[in-house]
Design a binder for this molecule. Structure first.
Ligand SMILES: Cc1ncc(C[n+]2csc(CCOP(=O)(O)OP(=O)(O)OP(=O)(O)O)c2C)c(N)n1
Length: 231
């Protein structure tokens, strides 16, 4: 099936990361409802030549489920932003989240077809359900566990996560999920309001877990992504 014929409805995650101070945590605990704490183990996959991550595509397995995060077109939903909205956009990331495995296979194959990475073999059940990884020359390059506390505020559809990764990095994120083609401006506005309420300042993007993980564990991979302006 051609990708343009694909009919899957995808979500777009609009997200701002922040460093959580003791003051922010106190405000959050006063204002928000703690929706619980959970722990998950993430494994990220790419080819040895980094064909996916160099295109800002992030393939991972979390709690037994596959997810692919892909960039949205830079201008989608962000034309004619006000000054404040542009500032908010510069602090946020926007990624499509694909969770349907067949769709993930299609997208990954599409990217790898030019780099001769895909072995055109049929998967037999005896090879195990994840032979597609080796057929596409995909290997695990990052593997870590996160303890996440989630909060919800009155603001519609805003989730705040406080993540503690097992390699010693803490980061918070304010997140709004919208359908593909949905209202990015309104999501940015909600994120900006929430950051203001929590007293979050700063005019630079805060590093995510992966930045810090790669810098520490795979500096060459990290350097390639930096020079390609992916991170
Ligand atoms: C600030 C920032 N973050 C991520 C990226 C790109 N990127 C690197 S790894 C990566 C995939 C992991 O995304 P992230 O949202 O950081 O992880 P997590 O919070 O655990 O996922 P969730 O539970 O919210 O789905 C991305 C998109 C970027 N360029 N800049």
């Amino acid at each position: 099936m051609n990708l343009t014929m694909s009919l899957f409805q995808m979500s777009v995650e609009v997200e701002r990361k922040f460093l959580c101070s003791a003051d922010t945590l106190k405000t959050l605990e006063e204002m928000g409802v703690c929706a619980g704490q959970r722990q998950f183990h993430d494994q990220y996959f790419d080819t040895p030549k980094f064909d996916l991550t160099l295109r800002d595509m992030w393939l991972r397995k979390r709690k037994g489920c596959w997810e692919l995060k892909c960039p949205t077109a830079a201008s989608n939903g962000t034309t004619e932003l006000s000054g404040e909205q542009s500032e908010a956009a510069a602090l946020c990331t926007r990624y499509k989240e694909i969770t349907d495995l067949a769709e993930i296979h299609l997208r990954v194959k599409e990217v790898l077809k030019d780099s001769c990475e895909v072995r055109e073999t049929e998967t037999s059940s005896s090879e195990g359900e994840e032979s597609w990884l080796s057929n596409m020359n995909l290997v695990c390059f990052a593997d870590f566990t996160t303890v996440r506390r989630s909060f919800t505020l009155e603001e519609d559809g805003v989730q705040i996560d406080l993540d503690q990764a097992d390699f010693g990095y803490h980061v918070g994120e304010i997140e709004v999920l919208i359908p593909e083609g949905g209202d990015v401006k309104s999501a940015l506005e909600k994120i900006r309001n929430t950051a203001q309420k929590l007293g979050i300042t700063g005019d630079h993007k805060v590093e995510g877990k992966m930045n810090v993980y790669l810098k520490r564990n795979h500096p060459q991979h990290y350097a390639k992504l930096l020079s390609a302006h992916v991170l």
